[in-house]
Structure formats: C-alpha cells, structure tokens
Design a binder for this molecule. Structure first.
Ligand SMILES: *Cc1c(COP(=O)(O)O)cnc(C)c1O
Length: 348
C-alpha cells in the first residue's frame, strides 16, 4: 500500500529503534532525563531560542502557547483553515477560554494588512486581542511557505500593538529545507514556536515548544503538567527525535521533489484541478471535478488499486509525501491516479 494520507504514518526505522532502546533515561519531571535535555538543547540551539520544552504532540505545543500568552475572554488571530481552528477539537476555547478570530488567507497565508485590520481597538466595549498565530508550512494551504518578508512585516504590525506571536511550525523543517533558510531566521520573529518530530522527520511522537523568556518556560512546564503532558523516562522518545534530526532532515527535499512530481502528473488529468507550481513542500491538495464517482468512492477506488489519500470535504483531496514513500512508489501512485481519475496511463 502506498500511504499518502499523511506524513505522520511513517514508522521508526530499525536504526531509530536501536537509538530508542539504548537511550540513557531518567525522570523528566525531575529534569533528570539526559536524552530529553539533550534534545531540548539541540532544538533550542537550532532555532536560536533559549529554551525548548519536549511535549507529546504538536497540539499540546500550540495549546500551551495559546494559554501562556492569553487571558480568558481574549481573542487569538488565526487563519481560518489553520490546524488550531480545524484539528484541535476547539481546545483554545475549551482549555484557554479564548475565542478565535479567523482571517481568511490565500493558501493559508495572511497578510500584514489583514493582521492590522483584525487587531481589536483597545477600548472598553471591544473584545481584546491576545495573540497572533501563524502556521508555516500551512497544512490546509497545501504545504505553502510564508515568505520571510511577510512574517517580518506581520511582526512589525504585532510590535506596534505590543502583541505576542506564536508559530505553529509543525512542518517548519519543510519550509527551512525548501527555502534553504536557517530555521532560526523564521523563529526569531516569534515569542513561541512549536515544531513536530512526528511528521516528515519520521519519529513516532514528540514536539517541542520554544521560547526565549525563561519565566514563560516555567509557566509552560506547569501548564504541560496540567494538560497531562509531563512524562517520565521520555528519553526513549527523545532519542528517536535526536536520531530524526541527525539523519532525516536533509532528505525532506526528496519528499518535496516527490510531491512536485505527483502534482505535475495530476495536473495532466482532465478531472483534476491543481496548479503544480503551487506545490512548494510535501503536501498536494487538489480538486476532482466531473468524475463519475463521489469523493468517498474515489478514495475507495484508489485504495483498491493500492493508494491511500484523504478526502478533505467538498471536491478536495490531500496527498502527502514522506520518508516511507520511495521514488518508485511515487511513479506507481502516478499511474494509479491517472488510471482511477479518468484517463489511460501515459506511455513513456
Ligand atoms: C500535525 C499538525 C500539528 C500537531 O498535530 P499533533 O497530531 O497534535 O502532533 C499542528 N499543526 C499542524 C499544522 C499540523 O499539521
């Protein structure tokens, strides 16, 4: 089966499992797990932040950040299709007591002008803005990358209003590899950012929440405990993360090349709507229009031929490339898409 549902479906390699099995561990609630400490130091250094906190999931990283920066009753500015909006079970409302102020972007990216317009005036009748969240790369935007210049300008708007910024960087490594910019060049513009090890990097679990402010780190540790994310000998997981960072970072470029190839091939199918040049990283979002099958039946037909993808609702589908999908599997997936979505396989 060629599983293109998500880059979270990767399984730890033998070598990664060996690193996990041999990890030196301790009780991380006492701060005594040397492998967790090493991972945290390593990631903080990579992103040019003073501190990184290991958390079980990207959702927890985002939710700790929202809670850290806001007061109940405030509002968080976020793009309308963001992970925080769609896929975190309303946690910002349920756990931090804030409401989300949606701003609709282009391929998930919002402009400094939109941010400026969304910040509430500081007057008595009006709800108060507490935080601005961006997502890079943007999942529902099709793996789109925020231009650094846009982030700089949004940061300048935020600074004018004394507003903190959080980055959902679940796939920030993809952005850094695709642009060849150092991860810190993005991170410098945010008060907090979260990154995932369990996506393209192939680790089984784990995210990191980063910040410069050590008072914020103390608060984040308390909240992580409250949210049930304080773990004990989590060095077993951190070892997988260290292995992933040391071995699987550079190869993200292969995933991007594969996604591009897939998109170019999809673009040739008459029922498919996609701009292959929009595909910048490892996510391919496309519409299927005028096909005899409804979306669930299309997913089933592809599965029957050996390809798994997700239907996103409406006419949209998502295919994600990752380290457990080889170049040959991409070629095979292209044939299957071509076959199932309506035209004869091309000869080459
Ligand atoms: C996957 C993802 C997360 C975190 O997801 P978890 O499953 O909680 O680790 C956060 N943001 C984005 C954009 C994601 O794609």
């Amino acid at each position: 089966m060629i599983d293109l549902r998500s880059d979270t479906v990767t399984k730890p390699s033998e070598a990664m499992r060996a690193a996990m099995a041999h990890a030196e561990v301790g009780d991380d609630v006492y701060g005594e797990d040397p492998t967790v400490n090493r991972l945290q130091d390593m990631v903080a250094a990579m992103f040019g932040k003073r501190a990184a906190l290991f958390v079980p999931s990207g959702t927890m990283g985002n939710q700790l950040a929202i809670r850290l920066h806001t007061q109940p009753g405030q509002e968080v500015i976020v793009e309308s299709t963001a992970h925080i909006v769609r896929y975190e079970q309303g946690a910002a409302g349920a756990l931090a007591g804030v409401q989300l102020h949606w701003v609709t972007g282009t391929r998930g990216l919002i402009s400094p002008e939109q941010v400026e317009a969304a910040i509430r005036p500081k007057e008595l009748h009006t709800v108060q803005t507490g935080l601005i969240c961006l997502e890079n790369t943007h999942n529902s935007g099709g793996g789109s990358i925020y231009p650094l210049a846009t982030i700089e300008r949004i940061r300048a708007v935020a600074a004018t209003h004394g507003m903190p910024m959080h980055l959902d960087g679940a796939r920030l490594f993809n952005a850094a590899v695709a642009t060849t910019l150092p991860p810190a060049s993005y991170a410098q513009h945010f008060d907090t950012l979260s990154v995932c090890l369990s996506k393209g990097l192939g680790a089984p679990a784990g995210s990191l929440l980063m910040m410069n402010d050590l008072a914020l780190l103390d608060k984040a540790k308390r909240l992580r405990r409250m949210y049930g994310g304080a773990m004990r000998q989590s060095g077993v997981l951190a070892a997988a993360g260290i292995y992933a960072l040391e071995h699987n970072l550079g190869r993200l470029k292969d995933d991007h090349d594969h996604a591009k190839r897939l998109a170019q091939r999809l673009q040739m199918i008459p029922t498919v709507r996609i701009n292959a040049q929009d595909v910048e990283t490892n996510i391919v979002i496309f519409d299927v229009i005028g096909h005899r099958l409804a979306p669930p039946a299309i997913v089933a037909a592809l599965k029957q031929k050996g390809v798994l993808i997700n239907a996103l609702g409406g006419a949209s589908f998502r295919a994600v490339t990752h380290m457990d999908v080889s170049s040959a599997m991409i070629d095979e997936a292209c044939e299957i898409f071509t076959h199932v979505l309506g035209i004869e396989p091309l000869t080459h």
